[in-house]
Ligand binder design. Structure first.
Ligand SMILES: C[S@@+](CC[C@H](N)C(=O)[O-])C[C@H]1O[C@@H](n2cnc3c(N)ncnc32)[C@H](O)[C@@H]1O
Length: 207
């Protein structure tokens, strides 16, 4: 895997500009309703935070957030959000999933359309880090890409069959697992989408 230069233009800027005004995703909104206001520790991680819509929503809801993205442009956008939330605990990291060293223990881990961009050679280790960071009772919320997606031929991204995707959550409670398959727009034109939207909880009693 080639280490990305976070300052080199990547094409994600157009995505960030397109999404800037979007409210938090329906999936994260649904997940937040599942968490009790007394959730043990209100520490969240936003993996592949992009323009920071979900990071902002989490800060608004009173969470401390560690926002991670490989792109400096994304992290600059998230750092700009900080100004609207004096006193909140927001840590930003310009970091690739493939070389992630540590993650804080968290009761909410959000990964909106981001972790399939982890190189398949590094996905297993990365996913083990994500799972290990999830506190008992904590939620993982995010998307995986399915093996019938038009992009599935790209060897630098990670795709799963439905069985493989479900297998990633073994030992966690699958609160919601929705397969979506349709032809629809992307910023590079229409494509066939195949993805899994997931909300999963680590059992409270997990050792
Ligand atoms: C499709 S965007 C999603 C952004 C945001 N979560 C959202 O839902 O709008 C994917 C994000 O993941 C980041 N990303 C892609 N590959 C990555 C990698 N290997 N390591 C860290 N971040 C990555 C991109 O820079 C981009 O900001």
């Amino acid at each position: 895997m080639q280490r990305r230069d976070p300052d080199r233009p990547s094409g994600w800027e157009a995505y960030y500009a397109h999404h800037t005004e979007r409210p938090i995703s329906l999936l994260l909104g649904a997940a937040l309703k599942r968490l009790s206001p007394q959730a043990s520790r209100r520490q969240a991680i936003d993996l592949g935070c992009g323009s920071g819509n979900e990071t902002r929503g989490l800060l608004e809801a009173g969470w401390d957030v560690v926002a991670i993205d490989q792109e400096r442009a994304a992290i600059e956008r998230v750092n700009a959000i900080r100004a609207g939330f004096p006193g909140v605990c927001l840590e930003t990291r310009t970091q690739q999933f493939e070389s992630l060293a540590t993650l804080p223990a968290a009761s909410l881990i959000h990964a909106g359309m981001s972790i399939p961009f982890c190189h398949p050679r590094h996905f297993e280790k990365f996913w083990a880090q994500v799972r290990a960071a999830l506190l008992p009772g904590g939620l993982f919320v995010g998307q995986l890409f399915g093996n019938r997606d038009d992009w599935a031929g790209d060897p630098s991204r990670t795709f799963h069959s439905e069985a493989q995707a479900r297998g990633l959550f073994q030992g966690l409670d699958l609160i919601s697992f929705e397969a979506h398959e349709y032809d629809g727009p992307s910023l590079r034109g229409s494509k066939h989408w195949h993805r899994f939207d997931v909300i999963a909880r680590r059992p409270a009693s997990h050792a």
